[in-house]
Design a protein around this ligand. Structure first.
Ligand code: 5AD
Ligand code: SF4
Length: 512
């Protein structure tokens, strides 16, 4: 699967240190860029939980007669942040528009994981400039991971004067204040906290669909893999309390949602920051599986923290799906060491053996980086051989992209770009071969599909996903959208299955 497929964009706007925790009071514009150095510091201070998010009555009518447009880049965490941003904007009275030139507030919710993700945003800012010149009252904002980067904020300050607001991943709940400041000031409003240790509950959300929902279980990452910018842009690991998560999932079930994906940058570290109890992802999944919702998944896993208790719980099956996305990054132990992944090839293979022993039907997918600084041909071949040894059914594959501020960005690199590109192509050929073979095995089989809607390519065809996240296309009545149905697979492709509707499994309609 390539970068473009992964980085689909969706449509739906600094302080170096964090101020005192009185969120309602804090109100000023600050023009200091974020600091990656501060973002790296991990304090011992306890996580503070806030469950009293309220919109200041002064801002109640701010959005009346105004529309907003949000373009989202990157991962599901960003998609879900967009749902929160949209929730706040709608509470302020703004209306959602899908036409950018119809909007009074335009927000780009950005991704910093690779350079090309960032370039897309800079390109989009360029496209928005004429719109801003035509209508200076339009507010343009940049949020998400890029706004946590010093270099990006400096670049925007210097070159993109069409931008009115920059706010960070820890500052979403401050959007009403940020907007108010932007309306009142001619200066660019920058609201980015480099450090964060809190969890804010009860933020409003406008979910994108009524069938599948995302639920954050934790924020941030403490792993500091040497290539990765996320621990800097998303802050330290903070887990939501189990009761809050369980309540949210119960509520989604009651609303008729059929699938929940638990989100975190490193979900296997869930609960490690609790000081008052021993409670991890295994315990959480064990409680969630009792909730009457057909499918529960989680992403993303880190092999190092994937423990036996979680495997034991996942093996109970039921609504816990038998698909695990388990990023490996490289098949070479020496390369994994330089990446600071904190596991070896052997440890990973052993983990997969345990998972397969407990869950024989499990489908495994992964993330792989090729062309890390000084990666040798032998190390790359170890990645190819691991891919085959595990027999992954799909992988997101990337060429390493240096991220300023990370340790890997300082490493000298003797691998030419043509070699990196060639490795990616060779890897993708294997990925495609294995993906196609995994699909082929479904020929003639009957699978359970959660119907999501019309196929993107053909409105006469319906599409949905199996528990193992395989895309299935078939002809059927629109009335079954939101239901679980049985489909017999007739033909298979590398990334999708085509079948015939056999039977409707659940007749509980999802509210649309
Ligand atoms: N360059 C290339 N790929 C990266 N990833 C994370 N950081 C980088 C980088 N600097 C990939 C990893 C991760 C996925 C979300 O993105 O494979 O699992
Ligand atoms: Fe990045 Fe590693 Fe954390 Fe994943 S576990 S978000 S790759 S630092």
């Amino acid at each position: 699967m390539n970068e473009d497929q992964r980085l689909q964009s969706t449509q739906i706007t600094a302080t170096p240190a964090k101020p005192e925790k009185d969120y309602g009071q804090y109100f000023q514009s600050v023009y200091t860029p974020p600091s990656l150095k501060d973002a790296k510091k991990r304090g011992k201070e306890e996580v503070a939980y806030f469950d009293d998010f309220k919109i200041d009555p002064r801002f109640a009518d701010m959005g009346k007669g105004r529309k907003f447009y949000i373009r989202t880049y990157g991962c599901q965490m960003n998609e879900h942040d967009t749902e929160v941003i949209a929730g706040i904007l709608m509470q302020l009275g703004y209306e959602l528009t899908s036409a950018v030139d119809d909007a009074n507030v335009i927000l780009l919710n950005t991704c910093a994981i690779r350079e090309n993700a960032e370039n897309k945003v800079f390109g989009e800012l360029g496209h928005l400039k004429p719109l801003k010149l035509e209508n200076p009252d339009v507010l343009i904002g940049v949020c998400g991971c890029m706004s946590q980067e010093e270099s990006v904020v400096n670049k925007i300050l210097k070159t993109y004067d069409q931008v009115d607001m920059i706010f960070g991943t820890h500052n979403i709940h401050r959007l009403p204040e940020i907007l108010n400041e932007a309306y009142m000031s001619k200066e660019m409003v920058i609201d980015v906290w480099s450090k964060e240790g809190d969890v804010i509950e009860n933020l409003p959300k406008v979910r994108k669909g009524k069938i599948k929902a995302w639920v954050n279980i934790m924020y941030g990452c403490d792993k500091f893999c040497t290539y990765c910018i996320v621990p800097y842009t998303r802050g330290k690991e903070r887990s939501r309390r189990p009761a809050d998560i369980i309540q949210e999932v119960r509520h989604l079930a009651a609303q008729g949602y059929k699938e929940v994906t638990l989100l975190g940058q490193n979900v296997n570290a869930y609960g490690k920051d609790f000081t008052d109890m021993t409670y991890g992802l295994g315990e959480l999944m064990d409680e969630l599986r009792m909730i009457d919702i057909p499918r529960i998944r989680f992403t993303t896993s880190h092999p190092r923290d994937f423990d036996d208790h979680l495997i034991e719980v996942l093996a109970k099956g039921g609504n816990l799906v038998d698909h695990i996305h388990l990023p490996v990054q490289s098949g070479s132990t020496s390369m994994l060491k330089i990446m600071a992944r904190k596991y070896s090839r052997e440890h990973y293979v052993e983990l997969v053996r345990k998972i397969r022993e407990a869950i024989p039907t499990v489908s495994l997918t992964t993330d792989i980086i090729v062309g890390f600084p000084n990666e040798t041909e032998e190390q790359f071949e170890e990645t190819l051989s691991l891919f085959k040894e595990i027999g992954y059914e799909m992988a997101f594959t990337y060429i390493y992209s240096p991220r300023e501020g990370t340790p890997a960005a300082k490493m000298e690199d003797n691998v030419p770009m043509e070699v990196k590109k060639d490795r990616l192509q060779r890897l993708n050929a294997v990925v495609n071969e294995y993906a196609a073979a995994a699909m082929k095995a479904y020929e003639g089989q009957i699978v359970e599909v959660l119907v999501e809607g019309e196929s993107k390519k053909n409105p006469d065809v319906l599409s949905g996903y199996t528990a193992k996240n395989k895309l299935v296309n078939f002809v059927g009545p629109k009335a079954i959208v939101g239901k679980l149905v049985k489909v017999k697979i007739i033909t298979t492709k590398t990334w999708s299955l085509n079948g015939e509707l056999i039977e409707i499994v659940s007749d509980q309609e999802v509210g649309v």
